[in-house]
Design a protein around this ligand. Sequence first.
Ligand code: DC
Length: 220
Amino acid sequence: MKYSIAIDGPAGAGKSTVAKIAAKRLGIPYLDTGAMYRALAVACKRHDVDVNDWDAVRAYLPKMQMEVRYTDTGEQHMFSDGEDVTPFLRTEEISQGASLVSMVPEVRDRLTELQREVAHSRAVIMDGRDICTNVLSDTPHKFFITASAEERANRRYKQLTEQGQPAEYETILADIVQRDKQDSERAYMPLVCKDDTILIDTTALSIEQAVEALLSEVHE
Ligand code: DC
């Protein structure tokens, strides 16, 4: 693999599932950049930093100690202040917090730097909201993976109920719509699909079909 693969798209579209499988098949590392914004949201919560207060978030940034590590089996873990915070990344509160801190330009610039370091000396597959448009804008392999908001809410609802967790479809859908709005309407580096990016709509696709769609483009 000479070039890295960049994937953007809204929450819950299947980006990370597709990216993980594609990374294994291509034998390259996968970086989930959303996990980095989430780890920052966890750190803010622990340090009593209000994620709605940009100045407070900015003041915390120089103290941020974030690290991405991989297990022997290639699983990405996020460390904050030396602690593995991976188990705390996936709550609704942290999802919202991540979306809010991601609006702060200085946060985006700092995390972009860290993400580019990972891709500096090797090809990687990376997903997020500004990977095609910013972090890896030089790569020819750019993808926008999406699905209807209803389908994404359905998938999340199924996932939560299968894990035996409480779930309410309407609330999940409202959260998704709210996060889409925040991520695509923020002033600095919003989520957009540009003309040079291949759109994969997974609403009616299986995971395998979505992976195939991506890999066939890469191999071409
Ligand atoms: O992909 P995710 O749902 O884990 O991302 C959580 C939030 O982080 C998302 O709502 C917006 C933000 N994010 C971002 O702004 N840029 C990225 N490259 C990745 C995530």
